[in-house]
Design a protein around this ligand. Structure first.
Ligand SMILES: NC(=O)c1ccc[n+]([C@@H]2O[C@H](COP(=O)([O-])OP(=O)(O)OC[C@H]3O[C@@H](n4cnc5c(N)ncnc54)[C@H](O)[C@@H]3O)[C@@H](O)[C@H]2O)c1
Length: 450
């Protein structure tokens, strides 16, 4: 199929909501085809002299990505798509104000990104749209020959997870979920500690996204709350698992020596959002006319193939301080986040927390040692956003594999649909699909990159 006819085909099939041939059956499992499948763990693509970038969705999150990509060497911003024209214009102006060539904008409706994908001067696209768009836009990007970098979560259903895997394998394009927390200073330090065996054999981890986001319910016409609130009225489970889970998965070498085997999930009552709506909106307001279905706190337990346990929590409703838990323990000690604490055998008593400063000096991750000051100045969640995009651009320009691949994207995102299924079935244990089709056994762990 020529490029043009392939793009025409994608337009008609994906736009009509059809499943691409050979991608997935209604059971969410890959259809067996005669096509020889080759995994994309450690995928290496030819190095790029310059990275020609496009963006879809430049609202609260995407506009920050534009700003940070402008600060990186070797990046050209070619095009920006947002169906809200004033929002697209703001990011376009940001590029011009930075002394760059004015990028083209695409603002003619929800599918105008397809017109952008017809260009032949785009290498990567950064997708920061509302959740339901992530998978279709990433699939079409890869089919158009463009590497897809997707905001979290990568997919909302197991079927869509398989679609991402199948298309990434077919097109041999990068499909990375932009899990920025994996680049946090403490998270990379703990990864370094795990790799050096500080905690011994890992046994258990804890991850969470606990963030009081009820204020977003006041965003009615536009903004994150205008689309995110609806998820709390239709679903019940862990709606946003990847921030806490990404780093813990990397500590544990998930998809690289171990894998998620099954999970069980339970939700608390759903009370906080209805109470917030009652307190903040007229009784006839739409926010008071819906039923909030998602339990305020969702707790999921995952068992891995090596027998480890992982606790994952989600609560964006309760008035309580922010927390991602970021907890990891092994046979020799433990690290916990929020606030950061450590206790390791051989470094003092393990009946109390020890002095983390001494550990920081020894285990600070090389990337943060080298770039921490620049990253903190560049900002974005304390610098992690800058380090992430710097690393993406570095890997693209040097032809190195991404730190997170499509299997990570879908394994971490799949917690949402699997937890919803478990919650709906009295916390029944639900099997994880092996999205790597067995490759987790031989894929090498993520190295401590420098
Ligand atoms: N990693 C992080 O730390 C982090 C932080 C915030 C948000 N996010 C993620 O970023 C994504 C965007 O969130 P946000 O807070 O920026 O939301 P937002 O509503 O502020 O921005 C979304 C933008 O997408 C545009 N859009 C919607 N549908 C579109 C389409 N079909 N084509 C083109 N543009 C479209 C909207 O006009 C809007 O400008 C979400 O997936 C969210 O989970 C991640």
């Amino acid at each position: 199929m020529s490029d043009l006819s392939r793009r025409e085909f994608i337009k008609s099939s994906v736009g009509a909501g059809l499943v691409l041939p050979g991608l997935a059956s209604s059971l969410g499992r890959p259809q067996e085809t005669n096509m020889k499948r080759e995994g994309v763990a450690g995928l290496v693509c030819p190095p790029m002299e310059r990275v020609r970038a496009a963006f879809i969705g430049v609202g609260a999150r995407g506009s920050g990505h534009v700003a940070r990509m402008l600060s990186l060497e070797g990046v050209d911003i070619k095009a920006i798509c947002d169906n809200h024209e004033p929002t697209a214009l703001q990011s376009q102006k940001r590029c011009v104000d930075a002394g760059r060539k004015k990028p083209d904008i695409y603002t003619a409706g929800e599918h105008d990104y397809r017109r952008m994908f017809e260009r032949d001067d785009i290498d990567i696209v950064i997708i920061s749209t509302p959740w339901r768009w992530h998978t279709p836009q990433a699939l079409e990007a890869m089919e158009a020959g463009i590497h897809a970098f997707i905001e979290v979560p990568a997919a909302l259903t197991v079927e869509d997870c398989w679609r991402l895997v199948d298309v990434a394998e077919k097109t041999r394009k990068h499909c990375m979920m932009l899990e920025n927390v994996c680049y946090g200073r403490d998270e990379l330090m703990v990864l370094n500690m795990c790799r050096k065996g500080l905690f011994g054999e890992l046994t258990h981890g804890e991850a969470a996204y606990i963030h009081d986001l009820r204020f977003q319910m006041k965003e009615i016409e536009r903004g994150t709350g205008s689309w995110r609130t609806g998820h709390h009225t239709r679903r019940d489970g862990n709606l946003y698992p990847t921030h806490g889970l990404g780093p813990v998965s990397q500590y544990m070498n998930i998809n690289r020596g171990d894998r998620f085997d099954y999970l069980t999930s339970m939700s608390s009552p759903s009370l906080g959002r209805a109470a917030y709506a009652k307190a903040n909106f007229d009784k006839d307001h739409g926010r008071n006319k819906v039923t909030y279905t998602c339990g305020d706190m969702n707790t999921t337990l995952i068992k891995t193939n090596l027998g480890r346990s992982v606790l994952v929590q989600h609560d964006t409703t309760t008035p309580r301080p922010y927390n991602r838990l970021n907890f990891i323990q092994g046979t020799k000690g433990a690290f916990g986040g929020f606030p950061s604490r450590i206790a390791v055998e051989g470094y003092g008593s393990t009946h109390g927390w020890q002095d983390l400063k001494k550990f920081r000096a020894e285990f600070e991750h090389p990337l943060w040692k080298r770039m921490g000051e620049v990253a903190k100045k560049a900002g974005g969640h304390g610098g992690m956003d800058f380090i992430m995009l710097w690393r993406v651009v570095y890997c693209l320009r040097h032809g190195e594999p991404m730190d997170q691949d499509v299997y990570d994207a879908v394994s971490w995102s799949a917690i949402s649909p699997l937890s919803e299924k478990s919650v709906a079935n009295r916390s029944a244990s639900i099997n994880f699909p092996d999205f790597t089709r067995g490759a987790w056994k031989k894929t090498k762990p993520l190295a401590v990159i420098s």
